[in-house]
Design a protein around this ligand. Structure first.
Ligand code: NDP
Length: 451
């Protein structure tokens, strides 16, 4: 049977665009559908604008530090509208580049919502097209819990488009997005209260990273309240009011929920074609990203494996090579490095100490906590931490965790070493770059014996 396309991709985010581009370069006739803006969460309302906001907010501290380095810094102020305008210009530019990538690679773009009708048929806008393979790469969307008055709260989607910079902000959640935005609003001068329902933010991270980030963001002025559960949100004459389950009341100009994301599967027509999902909507896939329907695949956040852009890109490439390149490849989800752009940021790769103990029993820990050199002649009190987790039998470094300036940049290189299975002996044989924060990674010799 002849189809209109070899591949129809639903969702033009990082995973979908990469899969379509590579598939096309391997000879497939490809179309892609996008109902919002080409580029996806990361480019349009995620990693990219977030990082620009992080840069913007960090200047506050840089100005303070500058004085002790001899600079006379005149009174500073921040213009939110300029930041939003410049950020929008950059996002428009990237959106244009993504359009170009698709057209340069002969991928036909449908700027409409798509729905799967049967195994090979897709309705896209007012058209019906057929394809041999379908790839679902529709990403995720913020979860807003069912709290009375939640309609007054925003998610990260809206935080990128606020008309005014809020002066009093409540951030609900303790994950990546909550920690990053609490830091952004704090740096830009807002009074920030972060509410987390558990004991310690950044669940899933190494316990020393969790403690260090909680300590450092608190020192920088974020009022971090744990075991704090919102009961209701109300609009008042002066803004918003959030009442917690313990009866305490907080006034705010903006309340941002960063309480996780769920896979975007609504209205895709998955049931009709036998694509199974988990309880949270995540599409069930095998190691080749194939769903429970033979010719339908899924990559990226919609599969809820590791919700990171570079992972979606790798999954998309592995899909293309498997289906159109004649080289079946399962993407290996182990040892994926990642960063949290909190202030200070976190870089992590491999296992946490708890995971390593669970897996190997005994592990050796090397940990160094210190005042970074830049802070020595400023008034800043930020501290940094580097931690290595070593499996003693093989001497392999199975986890590296960094809190401190440029941790995200540093962990990228360390990620290669960990992925290659480097041993502690090899780390030790590597000469440090002096004076840097990163040299601690190769200079620690004493085992850490504390908790
Ligand atoms: P996370 O899953 O990281 O965090 C969600 C947070 O919200 C947790 O602290 C969770 O608490 C809390 N929470 C969940 N439900 C509720 C509720 N009903 N009431 C109160 N609190 C609640 O999600 P994010 O939204 O922060 O980020 C989504 C994903 O996006 C991340 O997992 C990450 O993969 C990706 N991301 C990556 C970034 C990066 O690489 N720098 C940046 C931003 C996002 P608990 O811990 O108790 O479950």
């Amino acid at each position: 049977m002849a189809f209109d396309y070899d591949l129809f991709v639903i969702g033009a985010g990082s995973g979908g665009v990469r899969a379509s581009r590579i598939s096309s370069s391997l000879g497939a006739k490809v179309a892609i559908a996008e109902e919002y803006r080409v580029g996806g969460t990361c480019v349009i309302r995620g990693c990219v604008p977030k990082k620009l906001f992080v840069y913007a907010s960090h200047f506050a501290e840089d100005f303070e530090d500058a004085a002790n380095y001899g600079w006379t810094v005149p009174e500073t102020s921040h213009d939110w509208k300029t930041l939003i305008r410049n950020k929008d210009t950059e996002i428009d530019r990237l959106n244009g580049i993504y359009h170009q990538i698709l057209s340069n690679n002969n991928v036909e773009l449908y700027e409409s919502r798509a729905e799967i009708i049967d195994q090979n048929t897709i309705r896209v806008g007012d058209k019906t097209v057929t394809a041999k393979y379908i790839l679902i790469a529709t990403g995720g969307t913020p979860v807003m819990p069912d709290v009375p008055g939640i309609e007054h709260a925003i998610s990260s989607n809206e935080a990128f488009h606020l008309e005014e910079m809020p002066k009093r902000v409540v951030v609900v959640g303790g994950g990546y997005i909550a920690v990053e935005f609490a830091g952004i609003f704090n740096g830009l001068g807002a009074d920030v209260i972060q509410l987390y329902r558990g004991e310690q933010i950044l669940r899933g991270f190494d316990h020393h990273v969790q403690a260090m980030v909680a300590q450092e963001i608190t020192k920088k002025g974020i009022d971090l309240r744990t075991r704090a559960n919102p009961a209701k949100i109300e609009k008042t004459d002066t803004g918003l009011q959030i009442t917690l389950e313990d009866g305490s009341v907080i006034e705010a100009d903006a309340i941002m929920y960063a309480t996780g994301r769920r896979p975007n599967v609504d209205g895709l027509g998955l049931e009709a074609v036998g694509v199974e999902t988990q309880g949270n909507g995540a599409i069930v896939v095998d190691e080749y990203s194939k769903t429970t329907a033979d010719n339908i695949y899924a990559v990226g956040d919609v599969t809820d494996r590791i919700a990171l852009t570079p992972v979606a890109i790798h999954e998309g490439m592995a899909f293309a090579e498997t289906v159109f390149g004649g080289k079946p490849r399962a993407f290996d989800h182990s040892d994926v490095p990642s960063a949290v752009f909190s202030q200070p940021p976190v870089g992590s790769v491999g296992l946490t100490e708890a995971e390593a103990r669970e897996k190997f029993g005994e592990v050796d820990i090397y940990k160094s906590e210190f005042r970074p050199m830049k802070q020595t002649i400023t008034l800043g009190s930020e501290r940094a931490m580097v931690k290595l987790i070593v499996e003693p039998k093989s001497d392999r470094v199975v986890g590296v965790h960094i809190v401190g300036a440029d941790a995200g940049e540093i962990i990228q290189g360390i990620g290669i070493a960990v992925k290659c299975g480097a041993t502690k002996e090899q780390f030790d044989a590597t000469v440090g770059v002096h004076p840097t924060l990163a040299e601690e990674i190769v200079t620690m010799r004493e085992k850490y014996t504390g908790d």
